[in-house]
Write a protein that binds this ligand. Sequence first.
Ligand code: ZN
Length: 59
Amino acid sequence: MSEESEYNGYDTTIVYDYKQYPDKQAGRCDNCGHSNFKSTAKNYKFLRECRNCGMKKSI
Ligand SMILES: [Zn+2]
């Protein structure tokens, strides 16, 4: 059984835009539901990466 079955099918290799993909549950990852994020600022954009599944979203 794969761990990926817990996920909602988001592609973790691309960066999602928060405006197009607002959080289904505020502060939680849309892909896996975890609330543990790593945040980085890049090119004046704020990038939030899930520590569990690696889904990225620009805020
Ligand atoms: Zn996640």
